[in-house]
Every structure is written in C-alpha cells, then in structure tokens.
Design a protein around this ligand. Sequence first.
Ligand code: ATP
Ligand code: MG
Length: 275
Amino acid sequence: MVVANQKGGVGKTTTTVNLAASLALHGSRVLVIDLDPQGNASTALGIDHHAEVPSIYDVLVESKPLAEVVQPVVDVEGLFCAPATIDLAGAEIELVSLVARESRLQRAIQAYEQPLDYILIDCPPSLGLLTVNALVAGAEVLIPIQCEYYALEGLGQLLRNVDLVRGHLNPDLHVSTILLTMYDGRTRLASQVADEVRSHFGDEVLRTSIPRSVRISEAPSYGQTVLTYDPGSSGALSYLEAAREIALKGIGVSYDPTQAHIGAQTNPNMVEGIQ
Ligand code: ATP
Ligand code: MG
C-alpha cells in the first residue's frame, strides 16, 4: 500500500506508522518502507537511521537486497522497517541515469522472501522518481487528506500520476483508500472538507477519520507510535479502527461502524476534544 499525497504535512508518515503498528498488533506481519529522505517514519518507529545505516537508498541505488536493510521494530512484534537515511535526498537525481529507474523498488520487493501480510510505503511530499518507484511497486494507493482548506488542491495531479503509472507500468494500481486526518469535529470547515471528500471519492473514503490529537503528534518524539505511547487515546483507537476497516476491505467483508472501538471516530460529525 502506497501512502502518498504530494502535499506536505497531511499525515502520510503518521498514518503509515500507526496503521502499520495497528495491523501488526492485530497479528499481521507488516513492513514499513521509508521512502522519504526526511526519515520521519524511521524516527517514529525508533529505528536508527544515521548516514552509515544500511537503508532503502542502498536498495534503490546500489541494488542491495531489501532483506539486508530491514530492521525489526523493538516495541511491536511483527513490525519491520526499511529505514531512510539522508542519502536518499540524492537518489531522485542518481536514479535518473540508472537502468529500470522506475521499477527498482518493485524488483527489490519481489526478491524479498520473508513472509509478510502488508507492506506500507511512506512517500515524500513530491511526485518525483521516489514516489513513482512506490507507485510502480504498490498494489494500491492510500491518500491521507488533511481536513483543511486547500485539501483537494493538487490531488488531481497525484491522481493523474496514478493513472499514468497504471497505464504504462503497473496495470492493477488503483486508489483504494482515502483517510481523513487531523479532523477537528468542532469546526465547520473540517466537516465541509470531509463532506466534499466523501462526495468526490465515495466508498474509497474510510468511515473512520483520525482526530487531531496531541498524543499522536507527541509519540514520534519518543520513537514510538501512538499505539504503544498511549494505547487508550482516541488517536490510537482511531488508527486501530482504520486498520480494521482496511483489513476487512482487503478480504471483501463490509465494515460495521456500530462495532467500532469505543472512542474511535467513525462518525465525522462527532465532536472530538483535543487531548
Ligand atoms: P511530509 O509531507 O513532510 O512527509 P506528512 O504528510 O508525512 O509530512 P506527518 O509528518 O505525518 O505528515 O504529519 C505532519 C505533522 O502533523 C506532524 O508534526 C505530526 O505529528 C502532526 N500530525 C499528524 N497527524 C496528526 C493528528 N491526527 N493530530 C495531531 N497532529 C498530527
Ligand atoms: Mg512524511
């Protein structure tokens, strides 16, 4: 699953790591691939990613096997991470002259032999070759949308890129999931944006939205996901619920919001206090 949106700061990384942890806590084996030179997903999962650490850069540019860079996440059984180091900033340019520059991540994943249930790829806020590699490698796209004004601006460009990659390099790629993030139910703007996104994308939008929560934003500074940092918080429950929706969708079972974790935000009109 490719977590992409070229707009910065919409919750791509937060969504990647917390969904991945939720799925792993449900018993799945999950690999997070950090494809952003900022390395935020690696930080949030407590994975060392200083310049000498074997990383996804080595996989993409030096053709190192993915298995040689993957590290287990300490706090969460079944969760693994391929970290990004700062070298990856140069990869956008270095990849240009390499053979099969768009499909290097796809090849690396195909050669990875460890059993996995999910791979989540955290993309940088751009539509360059790193994101294209993710789109070529992935089966589906998850777009986090921040419930703010301008939320939909620029999305057309991402959708056109998905179409282009589907047309030329990855015929099964599709946008399967939209997740509303940083939802503040007290503001009319948030519910207006949510309504607009739902009317535009319909069933692809998860019923669960992620509330704005201080706990979610604090967790990375402890090298943790919110699932281990504060498991009972509304942010943690919302990500668990979003993961449940995704897992059910994956096996074609319809989701019943009345069975949601108490406290998870499945009703976009519910008022959510900031913790
Ligand atoms: P970039 O485009 O830079 O990679 P991003 O799309 O990955 O950004 P994040 O880094 O996940 O976005 O989130 C941006 C900021 O918003 C971070 O400081 C994060 O902690 C905060 N944040 C994300 N989701 C929430 C939330 N639900 N509640 C409060 N803060 C949040
Ligand atoms: Mg990010």
